[in-house]
Design a protein around this ligand. Structure first.
Ligand code: UN1
Length: 498
């Protein structure tokens, strides 16, 4: 796959084009600073052209029978499978995650593409009896129009696929604005869609920043649906900007997910689950476990095992087979993560391991941060309340199950949650009482599968879910249809006698 100083373009109305201004930006690897490619720095006029193309294409695409739309997506799934090794390799370079996780990211896209392709032959509505004789009642899902998809860098293939694939099978067209940290992965994804036979104008990609491209997409009157995965602050701003046009807005925002470890837990399993959830993807998942709530009876044992496990993790570029933890995405991320280390120490939490930028040898070329664990953390400290989005986790000691649930829920977010226990009653109470969109029992906080709804409560979103059947609700609007075949004017609620 070509990388380096190659210049890439936007894809608008079936053509690869530069930004109207001719301006560009570079994508570089967070592991070693290598240039990945050069991309158009687009502006409002590029978005306007893409929306115009998507709007025109919608009139054709919405009429393509859904099973046919599904068939194109089946072809896309096969193309993605063929390209999985190349996309995986590129992801270790452009985004930085380790090879096995990069493969998982691509696999999520393959999974949702197969799942949603099948939806082309379902997209079920309802039929229901009428209260009147000789009358037919049903509801159908209607595509909405142009979907503006704004995607993050942490799942550079999976998250665009969660948004684009269901949007397309439902009959919408799309303008994708990918994160400026991972433009080549998004560009390759769109190239593969073109290869699979998605018609011109149905999918468009416009590269550039949130303040220009994203902002225009969110305000554009011909984009009725916005789907965003990003920070809480961006989500609030998007919701406000979109309010003027009463857009449908789907938001997938932050998390401050906790793993509860009870006194009866399998501690070895819990340690594995915590290390995977806190330090996998260098902690850069919305679902990452940035808090560990430990029962006081096992707190000390858990702490020492966790610290030992974290110190065994090897930092390095994602493409090296023996790397456990890759880089974080950019300089700003390193600075933010390190600022939180200082905040945590300043608040009186005990830094047990990590807490520093890793710059020995080759690591100096990239953005590496040592897996960091704070102990004796008070649930109200900032490091236990705010999303850090890095390899940092906070150990909190609790006295019993009820306190564990209270602490887990005592945050503004509600994405993922987890409990390690062998007590089936406690497990079921946790499943009921944890205020989160996702609860795991005897597993960490990461690892959602595509055929269940994904998203969270409270400040994690605005009530929508992506993936699974729930995604169809984001990308369709219900229409209720009444057909009267009595040949008479029958009045609902009035002519109901017999
Ligand atoms: C995200 O971090 O935004 O469950 C998505 C998981 C992954 C998806 C994470 N399947 O951690």
């Amino acid at each position: 796959m070509a990388t380096g100083t190659q210049t890439f373009r936007n894809y608008i109305g079936g053509e690869w084009v530069d930004a109207a201004s001719g301006e560009t930006f570079e994508s570089t690897s967070p592991a070693d600073g290598e240039t990945i490619g050069v991309f158009p720095r687009s502006a409002a006029e590029d978005v306007d052209r893409a929306v115009e193309a998507a709007k025109a294409a919608f009139e054709e695409w919405r009429l393509v029978p859904a099973p046919k739309r599904g068939e194109i997506l089946f072809d896309l799934a096969r193309v993605l499978e063929r390209e999985k090794p190349a996309l995986t390799d590129l992801m270790t370079r452009e985004m930085g995650k380790v090879r096995s996780e990069a493969g998982g990211d691509v696999q999520e896209a393959i999974d949702i593409t197969y799942y949603m392709a099948g939806e082309g032959r379902r997209l079920f509505g309802q039929t229901t009896p009428s209260e009147l004789r000789d009358k037919w009642n049903m509801s159908v899902r209607m595509p909405i129009g142009v979907v503006g998809a704004i995607t993050p860098w942490n799942f550079p293939i999976a998250i665009p696929s969660w948004k684009l694939i269901p949007a397309l099978v439902c009959g919408n067209t799309v303008v994708l604005k990918p994160a400026t940290d991972t433009p080549l992965l998004a560009e390759r994804f769109v190239e593969l869609m073109v290869e699979a036979g998605i018609p011109a104008g149905v999918v468009n990609i416009v590269h550039g920043g949130g303040g220009t491209v994203g902002e225009r997409l969110v305000r554009h009157p011909d984009v009725p649906v916005i789907t965003l995965t990003g920070s809480r602050e961006t989500g609030v701003a998007v919701l406000q900007s979109a309010a003027e046009n009463l857009k449908h807005v789907h938001l997938e925002l932050g998390g401050k997910n906790a793993i509860i470890v009870m006194d009866d837990a399998d501690l070895d399993l819990a340690v594995e689950g915590i290390v995977w959830s806190a330090f996998g993807t260098s902690g850069q998942r919305c679902t990452a476990a940035s808090r560990v709530i430990a029962h006081e009876a096992i707190y000390d044992a858990l702490q020492s095992r966790l610290v030992a496990a974290a110190e065994r993790l090897r930092l390095g570029p994602g493409w090296e087979e023996d790397t456990d933890v890759g880089p974080v995405i950019n300089q700003a991320a390193v600075e933010k993560i390190h600022a939180y280390t200082k905040i945590g120490s300043g608040e009186g939490a005990r830094l047990l391991t990590g807490g520093e930028i890793a710059s020995d040898g080759e690591l100096a070329k990239g953005f590496f941060y040592r897996p960091t664990i704070f102990g004796d953390v008070d649930p109200q400290m900032r490091i236990a309340q705010e999303e850090i989005f890095g390899p940092t986790t906070a150990l909190i000691r609790v006295g019993d199950f009820d306190e564990a649930i209270r602490v887990s829920n005592g945050i503004r977010y509600g994405l993922s949650s987890s409990i390690f226990t062998r007590d089936v009653n406690k497990a079921f109470r946790a499943m009921r009482d944890l205020q989160a969109g996702i609860t795991y029992v005897n597993a960490g906080t990461i690892g959602a599968e595509v055929h269940l709804p994904f998203g969270g409560t409270k400040a994690t979103g605005n009530g929508h879910r992506e993936a699974g059947q729930a995604a169809l609700d984001v990308f369709t609007e219900w229409k209720s249809i009444y057909v009267d075949y009595s040949g008479r004017l029958q009045k609902a609620q009035i002519d109901v006698a017999g």
